[in-house]
Design a protein around this ligand. Structure first.
Ligand code: ZN
Length: 195
């Protein structure tokens, strides 16, 4: 068997006209130490995502947030325990990344930000081709959303300093799938130029 490798993060230059920033599940339950499914490396990504978010806002790049959002008896709780319960503090997006007026928050039922949501509608309505995907958990909701975007022929870009997972292995597994299977490009928040 040959060794799998993960490409280096590279500089990217994207046009505001056909690019969107997607921030996946940066909610208290995943990103706050008191959250129900806390990802310990996620708080370190908040300033990086925030700088990308500010860059997107300055350059007029559209911003979409996904928000995991479950009813009381959601079968997903059988896997993970209760989290992101509709209307709860845990389901709120972290204070530092609060959506601004006009930014779309897509409430999602499962790992995939496209499944049963209006994300596809908004992206095609605005002619978005490139997606900068950030957030958590890298190998779960970020990967499923990135994969679903790639299956729709969006070009995906993932800044490695803007995603987090429970283990280094999970993070690498996500990067491998994103680059190898979905032909995504790895970058870093400071290497993203929006024009
Ligand atoms: Zn969930």
């Amino acid at each position: 068997m040959t060794e799998a490798s993960i490409p280096e993060a590279e500089p990217v230059r994207l046009s505001r006209r056909d690019t969107a920033l997607v921030i996946v599940d940066m909610q208290n339950d995943f990103c706050h130490p008191r959250g129900k499914l806390f990802v310990p490396t996620s708080p370190a990504t908040i300033p990086n995502i925030r700088s990308l978010l500010e860059k997107a806002r300055r350059s007029g790049v559209r911003v979409f947030f996904t928000q995991d959002w479950h009813d009381k008896d959601d079968p997903e709780f059988g896997i993970w325990g209760e989290h992101a319960l509709a209307g709860s503090w845990g389901a709120e997006i972290v204070e530092e990344l609060k959506p601004a007026t006009g930014e779309v928050v897509v409430r999602k039922l499962r790992y995939d930000g496209f499944y049963g949501t209006s994300l596809d509608h908004y992206l095609s309505m605005h002619g978005v081709k490139n997606l900068l995907i950030t957030g958590t958990v890298a190998n779960i909701c970020v990967l499923h959303t990135a994969g679903s975007a790639a299956l729709r022929w969006h070009k995906i870009y993932v800044p490695v300093d803007c995603v987090s997972a429970l283990t280094e292995f999970d993070l690498k597994a996500a990067f491998r799938q994103i680059t190898f299977l979905y032909r995504g490009v790895l970058t870093r928040s400071e290497l993203v130029e929006l024009t």
